[in-house]
Design a protein around this ligand. Sequence first.
Ligand SMILES: [Zn+2]
Length: 210
Amino acid sequence: MKPIVFDVDDLCDLHDPYDTLCRIKEAVPSFKATLFAIPARWSKQLLGKYDKKRDWIRLGMHGWRHTLGECYSWNPREASDKIERGLALGLDDSFRAPKWLITPIIYAACAEYNLPVADHARYCIEHIEGVRVYRYNAPNTPFRAMHYHTWNTGGTGIELRQTEITNFLKRGGNTFQWVSEAATTTSSLAQACTVQPSLVSLPIGAHGAS
Ligand SMILES: [Zn+2]
């Protein structure tokens, strides 16, 4: 059985799925998840709460302010600076660009800090040397991707789907990986690509928005 990579986008003060995650963990003791947080939209209290759950929740970095296409405007120095600041906040599992909109500069900055990139088969840069990538909707992945949001966008809100998620995970035998554990080099990803990404179907929670 493939390990499950469970991730949730848009952690911020306004949208905090802490209680929902704890309920899932209670029902499924092996559960673990990666949350992508928006650095400019959260408080120290929120950070402190998740810091205590690091044995099963890892935090990744989700842009800086989560404005549309914000990573497009980052030059190499700004990208490195923001990633360094994100790492200092504890957002050290991986990086995902808001709305998946990413440039080679971002991959290079992540490579500089050995931070895996979580990207999208349709918006990715295919071959970047020296960076590990978690491409959740690539074909033939060795993991099962479950991708949600902290708020209900397109039916992917974790609170809205909690019962369905819990029932699915309670079937047992599940192992979990954080995004960073499932990330691999882009050259090995390219070898795995044998069908068009648009033909791949995914389990609950899969969709294109971020
Ligand atoms: Zn997002």
